[in-house]
Design a protein around this ligand. Structure first.
Ligand code: PHE
Ligand code: ZN
Length: 856
């Protein structure tokens, strides 16, 4: 029913083309009559003209328009135009006074496999609107700066009918919801289905009682308790730390099995991938528990940072995401083991964001153009966005940060804001000028920070030099404002003075420290105070000293990591291993005063992808097979050197009694598995076998399974695991991913092929698709097999998934983002797969933008 046949909208959208919407939209009434094949949506929107407008455009895609009326009068066919992007009402038909538009459209939830808009999952209706999915539900100004009050009625054959806000009325087959808080359309949600609730209450700081419900499929209700408790802890934390109280009488969370992302912060009705809600000791690992807690917190925190204050346009995505990730990271640091969480976050940042920043997909945390915004839900927007907030806090201090945030909420509540608004509250509350600091938002790339030092007559000087390589579309990289937290240690391991923050603003800058009786050992970038790549020529014995003595846990771990990295770089080039790392690690293993979780992190070797990156950074072409062999050899060497100590740790870290996901026992399990992981190379998999058979929780069971697969002695274990868990979709995802990620690289592609024929490989379910593909790409040497079989398999599946679910296909294409690191043969193979994808018929806007950027 479209007037023209323009193909999909592939224009580039630009930040500097922002124009305010010429109308105000006060309220919207939506009436849904649900039907899998033919859902009817009636929308009534009250518009107030703000300025003379040429016409009124309402976004809409894949809708069947039944009628459109203004102030009760049905419009004639020549009063409006319908295109593939929406409905445009001509100026002549628009009243100058406030008016109401009423539309009726039909949609087909059952046919929606892209999982954007209104779709079905296991017979249940559910919506996903961020970023631009609402336009697949009804015609609407689908942009975040249009905020309206939503009133929703739902008629449908389902026992539970949910939407945002407060419940007004409810009877069988009908419910009415009203949300008093104006919101953009991307925060709209509707859920209908045969669901059961796990419920609780929370009393807010002003004494209001809030009903909490976690809605799940029947049979899952006994796996909700941890998420509910995490929600209560999050609500309390936001009150205590940010002074933010919840603002409705009800808070609903729904778990769905088919979901493109992790979770979604719809107002008062969060929708979660069931993977990030449901947990029981038998089915969820310690890592799952921690993630669930973090994601519950993240979505809850969005209520203030995202919903009450939202984004003016999608270029500002990191305004809500960077801040909210920062908030959830701090929550986890406060609730669990702070230093360990910080190290975990940095490992993740380097693995995903630094990798992105060094490749063809590099973009600023606030991009200034895009074709498909769904392609910008990236590690740069999220994780680097969070690092930037952390740097602001380091610069203005604890109290300054709270003052800035108080001002942000006071000044901007109810508004749709920009990064400029955000920085302005920091400037106004601290009196600082942040114009140079702003480059963190507008410039892409990870600065490389080189350090050298000198010591003369009691004066110690640190010289820093910063360089950022060009990134796509940005050749020039002016210096940034970098907070560098530094501590100085005496040769016997004491602190000279408390840590201090050096503010670097020049390309090259010296900082001097006076009255030092001896040359100190500098601990630089403590707590990873800025997302930069630190390059420093440090002697191995100085690193060993820091690993043993640094009072900053992050840098202590970092020193060990540096030693491991250096050893692996040598070994991957066929040189013998230096003993420094093994010796230094020996001391740490024996240090029982350190947290088990921390020691576990120190025992974890850098990933093969990380080693490949380091080699590339040092001008060496990475050879995936050599990297794999080097890492195996280092692990084997460590196991041999520390066999007794590791065996003692393995025995001592057994956690007796019933399972608890608390950080301490989880840390013990992590250390125990790390020890088993090294010993696995020399004990013939004997510990793994015993652990697999005696495991009473998923952490041990999956950990042991992974070791058996890695040792190539999984006979029976994989099939036993499959048999036991085949009816459990969340556990089966783990079965798929674990065996691919852990298996010997030479069998990874064949294994992936076999698994793709398994009847349980329901590839249209995002979690299952991701499990298989991410499993393969996590197997670095397997994915990068010399003959290109890994690339071909992977590309085949992206091509197949794209017409069904373009968002997931596009996101998974990032497996190829490192293609330029490798040798000419591998580059050619990857390039030709990317070209093959990009030449596929009817390629989506999502995947086509990705392949274009990847190939540029
Ligand atoms: N806004 C969600 C979050 O970060 C992520 C998301 C984006 C979910 C787009 C669905 C679609 O919490
Ligand atoms: Zn978010």
């Amino acid at each position: 029913m479209t007037d023209d046949v323009t193909t999909q909208d592939t224009v580039t959208k630009r930040l500097d083309e922002y124009r305010p919407f010429p109308f105000e939209l006060e309220t919207v009434h939506l009436d849904f009559r649900l039907d899998p094949k033919r859902t009817e949506v009636r929308a009534r929107m009250a518009f107030i003209p703000k300025q003379p407008a040429a016409s009124l455009h309402l976004d809409g895609e894949e809708l069947e328009l039944v009628s459109v009326a203004i102030d009760g009068r049905n419009l004639l066919r020549d009063e409006y135009r319908v295109s593939v992007t929406g409905l445009t009402i001509h100026a002549a038909s628009l009243p100058e006074q406030p008016f109401t538009i009423e539309t009726v459209v039909r949609i087909v939830p059952e046919a929606n496999t892209a999982l954007e808009g209104l779709y079905m999952s296991n017979g249940m209706y559910c919506t996903q609107c961020e970023a631009e999915g609402f336009r697949k539900i009804t015609y609407y100004p689908d942009r975040p700066d249009v905020m309206a009050k939503f009133h929703v009625t739902i008629a449908g054959d389902a026992p539970v009918l949910l939407s945002n806000g407060d419940l007004v009325t409810q009877k069988p087959g009908y419910a009415e919801w009203s949300d008093p808080w104006p919101k953009p359309a991307y925060l709209f949600a509707l859920v209908a289905g045969d669901l059961v609730a796990h419920s609780g209450t929370f009393t807010t700081m002003s004494g209001r009682e809030v009903a909490l419900n976690i809605w799940v499929r029947k049979g899952d209700e006994d796996r909700c308790d941890f998420a509910l408790e995490a929600l209560k802890r999050s609500m309390k934390w936001d009150e205590e730390v940010y002074g933010r109280e919840y603002d409705l009488d009800i808070f609903n969370i729904v778990a769905v099995d088919d979901f493109n992302m992790g979770a979604m912060e719809n107002k008062g009705l969060n929708i979660f991938n069931s993977k990030w809600v449901l947990a029981s000791p038998e089915t969820a690992t310690d890592a799952d528990y921690e993630r669930i807690e973090g994601i519950i917190a993240h979505e809850y925190f969005h209520n203030w940072t995202g919903n009450r204050i939202t984004c003016r346009d999608w270029f500002q995505l990191c305004l809500k995401e960077g801040l909210t990730v920062y908030r959830d990271q701090c929550f986890t640091r406060d609730t669990r083991l702070g230093p360990v969480k910080r190290i975990d976050d940095v490992i993740m940042l380097r693995a995903r964001q630094f990798r992105e920043d060094r490749g063809p997909l590099a973009h600023p945390p606030r991009p200034d153009h895009y074709k498909e915004i769904n392609n910008f839900y990236t590690a740069t927007v999220y994780e680097k966005g969070a690092e930037i907030v952390g740097m602001l806090r380091t610069l203005v201090g604890e109290e300054g940060y709270r003052a800035a945030l108080d001002l942000y909420f006071e000044r901007h509540d109810g508004q749709a804001c920009t990064i400029e608004d955000w920085l302005k509250v920091f400037e106004d509350s601290s009196g600082r000028n942040l114009s140079q600091f702003k480059r963190w938002y507008t410039d892409a790339g990870t600065p490389v920070l080189r350090v050298s030092d000198t010591y003369h007559d009691g004066v110690y000087t640190l010289r820093f030099e910063q360089v950022t390589q060009p990134t796509p579309g940005q050749a020039q990289k002016p210096p940034r404002h970098i907070p560098i937290t530094v501590g100085l240690l005496t040769p016997d391991g004491r602190e000279h003075a408390p840590s201090q923050v050096l503010e670097m603003t020049e390309a090259t800058q010296d900082f001097t420290f006076e009255n030092l009786p001896q040359k100190p050992v500098a601990s630089i970038l403590r707590g990873f105070s800025a997302p930069v790549s630190l390059e420093r020529n440090v002697a191995p014995d100085e690193l060993a000293f820091l690993l043993a003595h640094d009072t900053d846990p992050f840098n202590r771990w970092e020193a060990g990591r540096q030693l491991a990295q250096d050893a692996l770089v040598e070994m991957a080039q066929g040189k013998p291993a230096q003993p420094d790392y093994a010796v230094a690690l020996g001391k740490l293993i024996a240090d029982e005063s350190a947290e088990p979780a921390f020691r576990a992190l120190c025992l974890q070797l850098p990933s093969e992808d990380g080693i490949a990156q380091t080699l590339h950074d040092r001008g060496i072409t990475p050879d995936p097979d050599a990297i794999h062999a080097a890492r195996e050899a280092l692990a084997t060497g460590l196991a041999q050197t520390h066999q007794t100590a590791l065996g003692d740790i393995y025995d001592a870290m057994a956690v007796p009694g019933p399972y608890s996901p608390d950080p301490r026992p989880a840390g013990q399990r992590a250390l125990r598995l790390a020890a088993a992981g090294l010993l696995n190379r020399i004990d013939g998999g004997q510990r793994a076998q015993t652990l697999f058979e005696s495991a009473t929780n998923m952490t041990e069971s999956l950990g042991a399974l992974s070791l058996l697969v890695q040792a190539g002695i999984d006979d029976g274990a994989l099939s036993a695991f499959r048999e036991r868990w085949k009816a459990d979709r969340l556990v089966m995802d783990k079965w798929f991913i674990t065996q691919l990620a852990a298996c010997p690289p030479e069998i990874a592609v064949e294994r992936a092929e076999e698994l793709s024929d398994d009847p349980l490989f329901t590839w249209k379910t995002p979690n299952r698709f991701r499990a298989l593909m991410a499993g393969l790409s996590a197997n670095h040497a397997g994915f990068h097999r010399k003959d290109g079989a890994g690339y071909r398999f992977y590309a085949d599946w992206l091509i197949r998934l794209d017409p069904v679910n373009p968002q997931v296909a596009a996101r998974m294409s990032t497996a190829f983002e490192t293609w330029k690191r490798y040798d000419a043969e591998r580059q050619a193979l990857m390039r030709s797969e990317l070209e093959r994808i990009s030449a596929s018929d009817g390629l989506s806007r999502d995947l086509s933008e990705m392949t274009t950027r990847l190939l540029a």
